[in-house]
Structures are given as C-alpha cells and as structure tokens.
Ligand binder design. Structure first.
Ligand code: SIN
Ligand code: CO
Length: 391
C-alpha cells in the first residue's frame, strides 16, 4: 500500500530501499502540516521540570548549551537570531504528538524513541553533526535549509559543549517547507539552519550500541543468576611467592563463572524490560481519586482504555512488557492487550475477561493506563486534531 507520508513509496519499499541505508526527502509528506504546538507552547514545555529541554546559542562562532527547566523570561532576553530550543519526549505531553508517532508505525515500536520538537529563529541551528539514531525530520512552521553528507571526517570541534563536526562538506541540500520531511539513517552528517521562525519535528528511532546492550544484559543477568557455594581451598599448598595468584584459584573461579548460563527466554525478558524501562526522568502519577474496580470495569467497557502518554508497552508471545516489568498472560488476554500495545488505545474492551481487568486495574492504579474521557471511536484522525489546533 502506498503511503503519502513516504512520498508514494509503500512502507515495504521504504524499508527495503531506504531504512538504515540512505536518506529520503519527501515533499508534502503531511500536506498542510503547520505543527502541533506554537513556539510559546514549546517554551511552556521547556519550563516544566518533567520535560527535557536544551537551549543552544551561537555567538561569535562559539556554541553555548543550557539545560532546562527554564524560566520563560529567559526567552525574551535572547537575541533575534541564532539560537535553538529543543524539547525531547513531546509525545509525553501532547496526545496529538503520540498520534503523529503512530503515523510511523511501519517501524516497530521497539525502535521508537520520541518526538523532539525544536524552535529556532532565523539562522538558528545546532550545527553540523551526526546522530546515532534514525530520524525523520518533519518541518512544521517556517522553513529550514538542510545540508547532508554521507562522507564525514568524524573529528569534532574541541571544547564545544555540543557535538559539532570540525569539517562538513555538504553533498546534498534542500529547503524544507511546512509538511516536507527528510529521513536520515544513523551516522549521516547533517546541518539544518532556520530560514525564518521555524519548528522541526524529529521522530527519532533508537539504536542501542552493542556495548550498551551488553552492559545492560549483564545488569539483567546479575539479578537472575544465583550460584550456590563459596570459594574453598582446603587443599591449599605453601606458595614460595605469597603475592602470586595460583592456577588452582583461577581454575576454581573459572569453573564458577562457567555456571552462568542464559537462554532465549532471558534474552526475551531482558529486551522487553529494557526497551520498556521508563527513562530516568519519567514518573507516573497514579489517579488522584481512583474509581473502584467495579466502576473501572464498567467505564472501560463503555469507553475503552488507553496507555498513559509516558507508557511503553511491547509484546512477545505470552509476555507483555509494560514500563520495565514483564507480565505473563493467557492467549485470550494477550490478543486484547496486544491491540493496546500496537495502537496505544483499546476501543473494544468488551473482550477483556476478569484476569485482564485485574491486570488493567493494577496498571490503572499505577498511572500506566487511563480510561479515555470519551467513548473511543473510529481511527484517530491526525488531521482532525491538527485542524482543531490550526483553526
Ligand atoms: C533541530 O531540530 O534543530 C535539530 C534536529 C537534528 O539535527 O537532529
Ligand atoms: Co541531528
């Protein structure tokens, strides 16, 4: 099926020919897209202490980086040009942002990271750099001039507070207008400079390094591996050099370490809990006045349920992973919860049985899921959300 977002390419062809391989420019990926929030609304987000924000300024060729939360008056003191405000995880705050992420569901949720939104006045940018992420750079209001290059000298400007390439020789360049989009695979050098007041929506897909995966897996294993016994040496012999580590000691330790084993269930559990683990700054708020379990069941039957904007949910076989925990459920329950994980919202909650309701009620009390105010209906329509914001 062809996809407007991908410039007429089918998701299958995009995955085959572009994903992790080469950039793709799509003119009019979301025609009429002006963005999901105004610059002032982005500034409001940057002032919240539960949001991750950065302000990058450039003065006389020197870069400066400040981390939020900010106070709004700091923005009125900024120069007219050459600065950028970036806010991560905008999907944690704005339902329309999560709707936008769903447009990219042709990439598995396990790879999804967040929606970052930037605002820059004329000449604002974050300099030439490369990211370790796959990213779709969707232009909101204003225009941004993008330059990209496959070839790069990886050396960075010394003493700069952000990663800026010392040498950047652009190979391709485009002026992006509202609704245009540029996909970049990881490691592609790029630099985007605002032509006028400009907002860019970066839909980022994480790609952990092998080192990070290994370190995290070893952390996971440390909670799983229990090996009985203690180091023993009743047959120790006299050493002429007391400082030497004996071969017998090494042998015994080696034999113990050989007992550390893992199987594919461990890999599955590790990856599910690791990928759904909330980021360190993320906290869930339990409902202020929770409804009783009975009322919960009747309201969910009527309105369905939805994930909290900050929740991460993935599935594998009978296992459901939600916010860093694993839940093992029976097949019938899994089918409904799988829909919740896929679409972030479950409309037909009638299928849920007692066991599923018990689990969902537990999640509701933790603030992981919520009951929508309105009965859930039809496909959520990004354009209706956008036009309601634009009108
Ligand atoms: C921006 O939105 O200004 C920066 C996005 C990027 O280069 O990754
Ligand atoms: Co970048």
């Amino acid at each position: 099926m062809k996809n407007g977002l991908l410039g007429g390419l089918s998701p299958e062809n995009f995955l085959r020919d572009y994903w992790q391989k080469k950039p793709l420019l799509v003119r009019g990926a979301l025609p009429g897209f002006q963005g999901l929030l105004t610059p002032n609304e982005l500034i409001e987000l940057a002032c919240r202490d539960d949001a991750q924000s950065r302000l990058i300024t450039q003065k006389n060729g020197k870069w400066q980086l400040r981390h939020g939360p900010f106070v709004s008056r700091c923005f009125s003191r900024l120069p007219k040009k050459r600065w950028t405000l970036l806010v991560q995880d905008v999907n944690h705050f704005l339902p329309a942002a999560r709707e936008l992420l769903l447009k990219f569901k042709f990439i598995p949720h396990s790879r999804l990271d967040d929606l970052m939104v930037s605002f820059a006045p004329s000449e604002g940018g974050v300099g030439p750099h490369f990211d370790s992420y796959d990213v779709f750079l969707l232009q909101g209001m204003g225009r941004r001039y993008w330059q990209i290059s496959a070839k790069q000298d990886k050396r960075l400007v010394v003493d700069a507070p952000i990663k800026i390439l010392q040498k950047f020789v652009p190979e391709q360049e485009w002026l992006l207008e509202p609704g245009d989009m540029l996909y970049l695979p990881p490691g592609y050098a790029h630099s985007g400079v605002a032509e006028d007041n400009c907002m860019t929506y970066s839909i980022g897909f994480r790609a952990p390094s092998y080192q990070e995966l290994t370190t995290e897996f070893l952390v996971y294993l440390q909670d799983q591996a229990t090996i009985e016994g203690m180091y023993r040496d009743p047959d120790i012999t006299l050493q002429s050099h007391p400082a030497h580590i004996s071969s017998a000691m090494l042998r015994q330790v080696g034999e113990v370490l050989d007992k550390i084993k893992w199987n594919c269930t461990d890999v599955e559990r590790f990856i599910g809990t690791y990928l759904t683990e909330p980021k360190p700054h993320v906290f869930f708020t339990p409902p202020a006045s929770p409804v009783t379990r009975k009322k919960f069941v009747s309201q969910v039957r009527k309105n369905g349920l939805q994930l909290d904007l900050k929740s991460r949910m993935l599935c594998r076989g009978r296992a459901i992973f939600l916010n860093g925990d694993e839940y093992s459920v029976k097949a019938t329950v899994r089918r409904s919860l799988e829909k919740l994980a896929d679409r972030f919202i479950l409309r037909a909650a009638q299928d849920l049985d007692n066991e599923a309701f018990a689990l969902c009620y537990q999640w509701y009390l933790c603030g992981y899921i919520e009951i929508p105010d309105q009965p859930a209906e039809g496909e959520h329509n990004l354009y209706s959300l956008l036009s309601s914001r634009c009108s």
